[in-house]
Design a protein around this ligand. Structure first.
Ligand code: NDP
Length: 285
């Protein structure tokens, strides 16, 4: 019988630790604060924002929301962005994405104060991941996956990890984090030849492609650990991952469900990074 790796218990345990850290900061007069920047009213952004607000509340982190029109010019956006970036009471900035096409994302990533860059998109934070330097900000979803593996005592050392997906938000940083844990890492993408063969060689298969239930049992080695990062909607309108959980469950040793898997831990990582930002800004670490 495979084990389901549920995210909630991981998130709850980390939240408890974060609450204690916030209590210590508040006793020193420091109130960790997250600023969410949203362009327009995209339902997915609103859903993510609600999840983030709930998690911050549970950790006693203060939240402010800046809503801007989706059609705002790049210049006007940057003006507003710099004001938030320069506000010393803000310790973390969450810019909801995807951004509209007129906003030059690279410029925003270069402009953000690396300490407030809780999504880990500033080049300095990326370089720190490459260098195995954990003083930087790490993108929340790869960080959530590593936290889940750690919580469930799944050791990466010497394991063959296959990551499907090479995005900047997930696949690339996840590959470096696994490498830093001494795994042997293969990164696959849409041009990978023999994807099925590559995946079926994995001790730990991590999938983040955005294709409903694409990874079936044929892609999975007997007894592998399967981490499903995908969040999609199936033909019946239900949330599902990139992995066909029902068929893979009988073959693997452990699998993250969707929903209730990785996604539940991601917002907790946001909270962790805001607190880290507050500590760095106040020279406590
Ligand atoms: P992107 O669209 O940025 O990247 C998708 C990656 O998958 C690309 O590298 C792409 O390859 C690869 N890919 C696409 N189709 C195939 C295929 N048929 N075979 C092999 N590789 C393929 O997506 P994200 O990384 O942003 O997100 C991936 C998934 O994770 C989505 O479902 C998203 O909703 C989910 N997600 C979940 C989060 C959570 O908290 N659980 C947070 C963030 C994302 P190529 O580079 O060649 O195009």
């Amino acid at each position: 019988m495979a084990e389901y790796l549920f995210g909630k218990e991981v998130a709850d345990k980390i939240t408890e630790q974060l609450q204690d850290e916030v209590d210590i900061l508040r006793a020193k007069g420091i109130i960790p604060k997250l600023e969410i920047i949203r362009l327009g009213e995209n339902p997915e952004d609103l859903a993510y924002e609600r999840g983030a607000i709930n998690r911050m509340k549970r950790c006693s982190i203060s939240v402010a929301i800046t809503q801007l029109p989706r059609e705002i010019s790049h210049k006007d956006f940057m003006e507003k962005f710099y004001k938030i970036n320069d506000n010393s009471h803000v310790h973390g900035i969450l810019l909801l994405k995807p951004l509209p096409s007129q906003i030059i994302e690279k410029e925003v990533n270069n402009a953000i104060n690396p300490i407030k860059d809780i999504d880990g998109m500033h080049p300095l934070n990326m370089a720190k991941i490459m260098a195995g330097d954990d003083t930087g900000m790490i993108p929340c979803t790869p960080k959530a996956v590593l936290s889940m593996l750690d919580y469930y005592n799944i050791n990466l050392e010497g394991k063959k990890v296959v990551i499907v997906g090479r995005s900047l938000v997930f696949g690339k940083p996840a590959s470096m984090l696994c490498l830093n844990k001494n795994a042997t890492v293969t990164v696959c993408h849409s041009r990978t030849k023999n994807l099925q063969e590559e995946c079926a060689a994995a001790d730990i298969l991590i999938v983040a492609i955005g294709k409903s239930k694409m990874i079936t049992a044929d892609y999975v080695k007997d007894g592998a650990v399967v981490i499903d990062v995908g969040i999609n909607v199936d033909e019946e309108g239900n949330l599902c991952g990139d992995v066909e959980t029902e068929s893979v469950y009988d073959k693997c040793s452990a699998i993250t469900p969707v929903p209730k898997g990785v996604g539940s831990v991601t917002t907790t990582m946001l909270a962790e990074q805001v607190i880290k930002g507050a500590k760095i800004i106040n020279k406590l670490i």
